[in-house]
Design a binder for this molecule. Structure first.
Ligand code: GDP
Ligand code: CA
Length: 319
């Protein structure tokens, strides 16, 4: 695959599934990932970066496969003690996981960039596919609910996504600077794959970093998105509510609307086959295939298929 350059834009659980699929495909060495940092927050004085850690733990095979997040073989002694001390412990942070957050926070205090910290953590877990960040600055998603504005983790973990979503903002976004690595990676890509991640708070938060979406729009890369909806429903998580809150429909059209200024192709599940004609009418190439990824084989098969579909259609468009 020499010369080929692939970028995966990825959130947490859906993003990590796609990342693992690419990492085990023939295209692993051609791939770099751009992850989401807008779910980051501070707990017990420690900086936690859930989507980046989900990517690293998944690719390093340290993830709790049942949950899709956190470490396998995890214990919770520290959290139990914090609870006894009267602390809020709704954010489940295991003992092994806490080591990651202690390490990250310590380096952050020494002035080490979030990108560099990510690189060191990835190395510790033997992750060979580079994970780039859209920005080294702090950007935090906030969710407006009938009870008021919540941090993303308050909404997602503490409230179990149960509140209605009235509005979403990315705090700190105006002042955030994109990383040079992310801008160059996007500009030099042949192929940009958008993981089946939440289009608002995962992919949307990456694209909202100044100059990132513009870089995707300007890039000569072929851009293909895997829909996070199956049969018009989310596999997990609040993407449906969030699409609704920003006035998009909860179907392939709503996903397309999030990416319409730069998208060449979309991958939808067999259960959403009826949307293919409409998407083709928008000028998209459409791959209809099973998109539920449960096993390692599912992940590799889907992502290999996505890359092959994209490369052949990119060629056809150039001809
Ligand atoms: P989070 O950061 O952990 O919330 O995860 P992401 O933003 O990366 O992904 C969340 C989205 O992934 C949800 O909208 C799910 O519907 C979608 N998702 C999870 N697993 C699958 C899968 O196997 N196939 C597809 N097509 N979507 C999935
Ligand atoms: Ca996330």
């Amino acid at each position: 695959m020499s010369g080929l350059n692939i970028t995966l834009l990825a959130g947490g659980v859906g993003g990590a599934k796609a990342a693992e699929g690419l990492a085990k495909s023939p295209y692993a060495s051609a791939t770099k990932i751009i992850g989401n940092i807008a779910d980051d927050d501070e707990f017990h004085g420690l900086w936690v970066s859930p989507d980046i850690d989900t990517l690293i733990y998944s690719l390093g095979d340290q993830i709790d496969r049942q949950q899709g997040w956190g470490r396998k073989n995890e214990t919770h002694q520290v959290l139990t003690e914090l609870k006894a001390l009267g602390q809020d412990t709704w954010m489940t942070l295991g003992d092994l996981d806490l080591a990651t957050h202690i390490y990250r926070t310590n380096l952050k205090h020494q002035g080490v960039s979030a990108s560099e910290i990510t690189e060191r953590l990835a190395k510790r877990h033997g992750v060979s596919v580079p994970i780039l960040l859209p920005t080294d600055d702090v950007v935090q998603t906030r969710v407006k609910t009938p009870q008021g504005w919540l941090s993303f983790q308050e909404f997602f973990v503490r409230e179990h996504c149960q509140s209605d979503v009235l509005d979403i903002e990315y705090q700190g976004i105006e002042k955030a600077k994109p990383t040079q690595n992310a801008l160059e990676q996007i500009a030099n890509s042949d192929l940009i794959i958008i993981a089946p991640s939440n289009p608002i708070v995962s992919i949307g938060a990456i694209l909202a970093v100044p100059d990132i979406q513009q870089a995707v729009e300007k890039s000569a890369a072929y851009v293909i998105a895997v829909s996070p909806l199956i049969g018009g429903k989310t596999v997990k998580g609040p993407a449906d509510k969030m699409l609704e809150s920003v006035g998009k429909s909860i179907d392939s059209k709503g996903i397309y609307d999030c990416y319409s200024t730069f998208l060449q192709a979309m991958v939808i599940d067999n259960l959403d086959q009826q949307d293919a004609t409409w998407l083709q009418g928008q000028g998209l190439d459409v791959l209809v295939t099973p998109t539920l990824m449960k096993t390692p084989e599912d992940k590799t098969a889907l992502l290999t298929k996505v890359v092959e579909f994209a490369l052949s259609h990119k060629k056809q468009r150039a001809a």
